[in-house]
Design a protein around this ligand. Structure first.
Ligand SMILES: Nc1ncnc2c1ncn2[C@@H]1O[C@H](COP(=O)(O)OP(=O)(O)O)[C@@H](O)[C@H]1O
Ligand SMILES: [Mg+2]
Length: 158
């Protein structure tokens, strides 16, 4: 398990998004933790655009629970589980398959309880000030390419 902290403005989010997009693979689960309005959807949008390689509309999936996208590497699932009252509602969507067959970005991962995969990329968002967010990335049981990608960049960007 390794942990990196970044302090980033809105304009700097693509730096972290590109670093991740270049190393994410089908079967990677990215859990986006943090309170309402902290920047989870905003980062997911920048990451999805980095994965796809161009600007696409990325609405918040608050009401649909999941929005899907395609990039060269993989299908992408962007989930917002805020409205979930029971993890089984996510299982009914097929989220357990998506953990293996897509790049799966999950807002409000705590709603999954015991169904949240152990091997994942955790991103904890905190408000530093109006324009800056502190983002702590924890890599848990993920492949080497992500591990090595983060090593040199983290300190420079934080
Ligand atoms: N550095 C930053 N990173 C992410 N969002 C930021 C940042 N600075 C300001 N913001 C603003 O904070 C708000 C975050 O909203 P949103 O991404 O919907 O949060 P969440 O999905 O966590 O509820 C947006 O209005 C966004 O423009
Ligand atoms: Mg959101």
């Amino acid at each position: 398990m390794s942990c990196y902290t970044f302090t980033l403005t809105l304009q700097e989010l693509p730096l972290l998004a590109k670093l991740m997009a270049g190393n994410l693979r089908k079967g990677d689960v990215v859990a986006l933790w943090g309170d309402l309005g902290v920047g989870k959807t905003t980062f997911a949008r920048v990451l999805i655009q980095a994965l796809i390689g161009h600007t696409v509309e990325v609405p918040s999936p608050t009401f649909t629970l999941v929005q899907t996208y395609d990039c060269q590497l993989s299908e992408i699932w962007h989930c917002d589980l805020y409205r979930l009252t029971n993890p089984t509602e996510a299982l009914e969507l097929g989220i357990e398959d998506a953990f293996y067959t897509t790049i799966c970005l999950i807002e409000w991962p705590e709603k999954l309880g015991k169904f949240l995969p152990i091997n994942r990329i955790d991103m904890l968002f905190k408000i530093k000030d109006e324009t800056t967010r502190e983002i702590t990335v924890t890599l848990i049981g993920v492949h080497d390419s992500l591990q090595t990608a983060f090593e040199p960049y983290a300190r420079r960007m934080s």
